[in-house]
Design a protein around this ligand. Structure first.
Ligand code: FB9
Length: 504
């Protein structure tokens, strides 16, 4: 006949619940589990049954954890049949005319002979005579055996030093015991009354609801945790930046072109072809395809060539032989200014005031470290208008960064090939208690703007910063690898707070 299937967990819990309730019915308080009917029940199973009754207020209980001393196999043997030293003493006493040392192991066993002989000498129970052992004491007290029997009985020993010594001799080990002190709850009953969770139309129509017990609503219960997606901190900060730009009247540029020609990434920005930024250690070049599919000999192309080679629009230029091959090389864009210049070139077809921004990935062939990777997200804004001045740029930067929670700015003259004048921007970081560089800015040069056909009096501001730096500061991230890459802790991504840039 097939063996009875093991009871399901629910059945086991139900049986245990019934046992607890009937045990409680006869004893107002259940003793510690070690002496009760539950001593053999795994604590986890018992806790499951108790929690089920606790949730119905049928019992209350507290969990008690304590350490108990338990005899090892060797300890139990000594408690039952005496210590090694007592066995040696007994063998010597029983031997006529003393016990040959070479015979001892055969009588008491190798272990007792090895361990017990020394201790029996030390206790003064036996003495040596040539190759024999003789009884020295008329009687002995097998203290170890007595101590182990106290522990077998009480699972502890009053003298902690003796207990420690017995543990050291591997005669005793300490085990954790979980027990429950259980009392009747406010709604104690011998049976779990089935509580309905749903009031049905049939119950109402037929009146059956009158005989039913309904489970009370637990309005404090939390909803089931929903596994949903989570915005990456960079995207949360990007969202904040986009809001700032939108509320200041900016239009977002499309930045879906990661690969740019040298022409759009550098030459149109008046970056000379021998500029170090165009070296391999700063820029990622594409090997296949190696050459951009760009129309040459356009008016714009020729303006760019001319302004580099001999100057134009009042500029002296760089006076070097500008090479089309260099302009046709393909790179991973090193800044989103490549996109800005394309937008401004399009604006030149119908020039006038405009505000554009972009936030996207740029790539630099830099040495990576705790705060730099070979790519980052650049935040960039451009404003085209008539009558713009450097003072106006400074004022706008103050307004823009104020919306990011940075109230006090300082400006330092800087150099960019495509802007003149240019300024590095510094803000006082309250948390760090020091001034930190927060971005770069400038007024685009006529060599760049007039080459694309923009009118002489249309000026353009440009400025930029990164997305990673403010994000790392806002989320107190010290290593950028906690933010980006394969080592990112998804728990951090899921559980980090929302961000308000203007709140520190
Ligand atoms: O983001 C930067 N720092 C920063 C920004 C915000 C911030 O907010 C805190 C919460 C308060 C904190 C710090 N920086 C620019 C400055 C430094 O981090 C710098 O070490 C790294 N820079 C990047 C480039 O590094 C090669 C940040 C990145 C940067 C720099 C310049 C531009 C864009 C990004 C630009 C530009 C520009 C200039 C003129 C015209 C058009 C674009």
């Amino acid at each position: 006949m097939a063996p009875e299937p093991a009871p399901s967990a629910a059945t086991a819990t139900a049986d245990l619940v019934t046992t607890v309730l009937s045990a409680l019915d006869s004893a107002a308080t259940l003793p510690l589990a070690s002496t009760s009917a539950f001593a053999t029940i795994p604590p986890a199973a018992l806790k499951g049954a108790l929690d089920s009754l606790l949730s119905r207020e049928m019992v209350v209980y507290e969990t008690l954890e304590r350490e108990v001393a338990v005899l090892t196999g060797e300890g139990a043997d000594i408690a039952a049949r005496g210590s090694h030293e007592a066995k040696v003493y007994e063998a010597v006493c029983n031997a006529v005319d003393g016990m040959k040392i070479s015979e001892l192991a055969k009588v008491v066993g190798a272990a007792s002979a090895k361990v017990g002989q020394g201790k029996a000498f030390k206790e003064g129970w036996i003495k040596k005579d040539g190759d024999k052992l003789l009884k020295k004491a008329d009687s002995i007290k097998d203290v170890t055996r007595e101590q182990l029997n106290v522990i077998a009985e009480t699972q502890t020993y009053p003298d902690v030093k003796i207990l420690a010594d017995l543990k050291k001799r591997k005669l005793v080990v300490m085990n954790k015991r979980i027990s429950f002190l259980i009392n009747k709850g406010a709604k104690f009953a011998l049976q779990i009354v089935r509580e309905e969770t749903d009031l049905t139309a049939e119950m109402v129509a037929g009146g059956a609801w009158k005989e039913k017990t309904f489970k009370a609503y637990n309005f404090a219960a939390l909803g089931a945790k929903q596994n949903s997606g989570a915005l990456h901190p960079l995207n949360k900060v990007r969202h904040e930046f986009r809001n700032i730009f939108f509320e200041m009247g900016f239009t977002e540029m499309s930045t879906d072109r990661f690969v740019e020609s040298g022409f759009w990434n550098f030459d149109t920005l008046f970056v000379p072809q021998q500029h170090p930024a165009r070296d391999l250690q700063d820029t990622f070049y594409i090997s296949d395809p190696a050459v951009a599919d760009l129309p040459e000999d356009t008016e714009y192309w020729n303006n760019v060539r001319e302004v580099h080679e001999q100057g134009k629009y009042g500029s002296a230029g760089y006076r070097y032989p500008w090479r089309a091959e260099e302009a046709l090389r393909l790179v991973l864009r090193t800044h989103t200014t490549a996109t800005s210049v394309a937008m401004l070139h399009k604006l030149a077809q119908n020039p006038g005031p405009a505000r554009y921004f972009s936030i996207d990935r740029v790539f630099r062939n830099e040495t990576v470290d705790a705060t730099h990777l070979a790519e980052f997200h650049q935040v960039e804004g451009v404003i085209a208008d008539y009558g713009l001045t450097l003072g106006g740029l400074i004022g706008f930067m103050k307004e823009f960064f104020r919306k990011m929670g940075i109230d006090d700015l300082r400006f330092k003259p800087a150099y960019n090939p495509y802007t003149e004048p240019s300024m590095e921007i510094f803000g006082e970081h309250k948390g760090l208690g020091k001034w930190v560089e927060i971005g770069n800015s400038g007024m685009f040069r006529p060599e760049m703007l007039e080459s694309m056909g923009l009118p002489k009096d249309l000026r353009v501001y440009g400025w930029g910063l990164s997305l990673e730096r403010p994000t790392m500061i806002r989320y107190k991230v010290s290593n950028i690898r906690e933010l980006l890459g394969h080592k990112v802790d998804l728990g951090f991504i899921e559980n980090n707070a929302a961000v308000r840039l203007d709140k520190s």
